[in-house]
Design a protein around this ligand. Structure first.
Ligand code: HEM
Length: 137
């Protein structure tokens, strides 16, 4: 037997306010992390904050403002210019998980978000580390 959830995760999680808080907290961590800060081209992270907030609102079933402003997300393509290896992915996911855990969410909502961020952040890896001396080629 399966349970049907009524309402989008966007609504169940608390709507726009929740996602604004989540991404604000996430980028506060990014600003203090030298590994990640180096990846972001702009000094001012407010544009990046707004884009990620609108994307997540859209992804989880809220208003489609992100695509009205930015078009199709094509996230892997949009991340290609930024060097994202395992270290950057792990830092990103660590900060996002901390930001999720700072919200007072129901366990099922928390798990849906963390599972998604885990998969999505892995998919964004686009650079391999340079081979070590003991690994020819
Ligand atoms: C894996 C580690 C990741 C790193 C290091 C990273 C880094 C970046 C950087 C440097 C930008 C450009 C900043 C800007 O928009 O001004 C960006 C944009 C963006 N990222 Fe990530 N990102 C990561 C993972 C993710 C994941 C997992 C998602 C989605 C769940 C995501 C969603 C976005 C979105 C929506 C934008 C704005 C795209 C646009 O409209 O131009 N990123 N990211």
């Amino acid at each position: 037997m399966s349970m049907k959830l009524h309402g989008s995760l966007f609504e169940l999680a608390g709507g726009e306010e929740t996602f604004r808080k989540l991404v604000r907290r996430f980028y506060a961590h990014v600003a203090d992390d030298p590994v990640l800060r180096a990846v972001y081209p702009e000094e001012d992270l407010s544009g990046a904050t707004e884009r990620l907030t609108l994307f997540l609102i859209q992804f989880w079933g809220g208003p489609q403002t992100y695509s009205n402003l930015r078009g199709h997300p094509r996230l892997r393509l949009r991340h290609q210019p930024f060097a994202i290896g395992q270290a950057e992915r792990d830092a990103w996911l660590g900060h996002m998980t901390a930001a999720v855990d700072s919200l007072d969410l129901a366990p099922a909502i928390r798990k849906a978000l963390v599972d998604y961020f885990e998969t999505a952040s892995t998919a964004m890896i686009n650079r391999q580390p340079a081979p070590g001396p003991e690994e020819p080629g």
